[in-house]
Design a protein around this ligand. Structure first.
Ligand SMILES: [Zn+2]
Length: 368
């Protein structure tokens, strides 16, 4: 059995983005409540470990001092400087009091996860509050203030590990890619809705890394209406052969679940069945992995999808009928989706052909 650790306690959703923002802290609370209702941490191979705040030195392994200082000043209520240069303002990245602590804690959670793996105290760790893959060294972007994944990867690189980063969020993992774009110790593979259709507008097949990192950034842009079977086909074509060649010490997986067909921000068409299959594939690809959360903006999808993720990591099967304590919040009251997303056959054929072309391009560019 895998030794599975879940990083969490209520401090992770006590603060966070203000009401009305898509990255609602309730996403975390509702996931936690569902897992508790399933008694998902009772199995002897599982345990919960609380997050810790990061040190400033932790943050500086990825972010600039100038940016870390700016976030701290904004967090304390200071507004008398041009903070739009750091990506903050109305819209995606609002300034809010306490954000240094609430967003910093998500980095600390990922660091606790990385250290459990480095110390061989766990095989699989889920830091569900993180996955903030758009944050830049010197700017906030796409709801992300601090890059928990990038900091956790830096921590593992410092111990000499080679890291494969797999990102299945519907958005391109641009922040993590940029952090290691010229680094051959980190292989990033991002599956995402094409930048032609979705924020952040990047992540095309020809973006392969630079310098000694060339060939170590891999992008699989997907078409709107991509469903479970097409996503899984693309994953199987690309991820296993590249991981085989790279031979990582660990996989860091960003498990954003906004590729779901009901997600209000994206146009992909996965179901919980597709997600569970992806989680299983990652689990099979590496006996040691660090999972971080990510996007997911449909309030009844996120808790169910991440409960399934924890089930895969900790090798437990949860009843498809939701426990009584949470069932009333979900219609129908099941862990898995019922039925299929509404996609017509013509769309599906085009999506499939386009995806085959994308994979063919990648095979030629990367010679696998
Ligand atoms: Zn996303």
């Amino acid at each position: 059995m895998s030794r599975a650790v879940f990083i969490g306690d209520e401090s992770l959703w006590a603060g966070g983005h203000p009401p009305g923002h898509p990255l609602r802290p309730e996403r975390l609370r509702d996931t936690w409540d569902m897992l508790q209702a399933y008694q998902a941490f009772d199995a002897p191979n599982t345990r919960i470990v609380p997050p810790r705040p990061p040190t400033e030195a932790d943050l500086l392994t990825f972010h600039t001092r100038e940016y870390v200082d700016a976030v701290r000043r904004l967090s304390q209520g200071e507004r008398g400087f041009n903070y739009s240069r750091y990506g903050f303002g109305p819209g995606d990245n609002p300034v809010f009091d306490g954000m240094y602590d609430s967003e910093g804690l998500k980095v600390g959670a990922a660091l606790v996860a990385a250290e459990l793996l480095l110390n061989n105290e766990a095989d699989v760790v889920f830091s569900f509050a993180g996955g903030l893959h758009h944050a830049g060294r010197n700017f906030a972007s796409g709801f992300c203030v601090f890059g928990d994944g990038a900091v956790a990867i830096q921590r593992m690189l410092a111990e000499g590990w080679r890291v494969a980063y797999i990102d299945i969020d519907a958005h391109h993992g641009d922040g993590v890619q940029a952090a290691f774009y010229d680094d051959d110790r980190v292989l990033t593979i991002s599956f995402h809705e094409s930048g032609y259709y979705l924020f952040p507008g990047t992540g095309f097949t020809q973006d392969l890394g630079e310098g000694s990192g060339r060939g170590f950034s891999v992008n699989v842009p997907l078409f709107p209406y991509t469903d479970d079977d097409i996503f899984l086909w693309a994953f199987d074509q690309v991820a296993p052969p590249l991981l085989d060649r790279f031979a990582p010490d660990v996989i860091v997986a960003q498990l954003g679940v906004d590729a779901h067909w009901r997600d209000p921000l994206t146009h992909l068409a996965l179901t919980t069945h597709g997600f569970e299959n992806l989680f299983q594939r990652i689990h099979q690809l590496s006996p040691r992995w660090l999972a971080v959360g990510g996007g997911g903006y449909h309030h009844t999808v996120v808790p169910r999808a991440w409960t399934l993720a924890w089930g895969v990591m900790s090798e437990q099967t949860f009843s498809n009928v939701l426990p009584e304590a949470v069932a009333a919040n979900y219609t129908p009251p099941f862990l898995h989706d019922e039925g299929q997303p509404p996609i017509v056959v013509d769309q599906r054929r085009q999506v499939q052909q386009g995806t085959e072309q994308v994979v063919e391009e990648l095979k030629q560019l990367l010679q696998f």
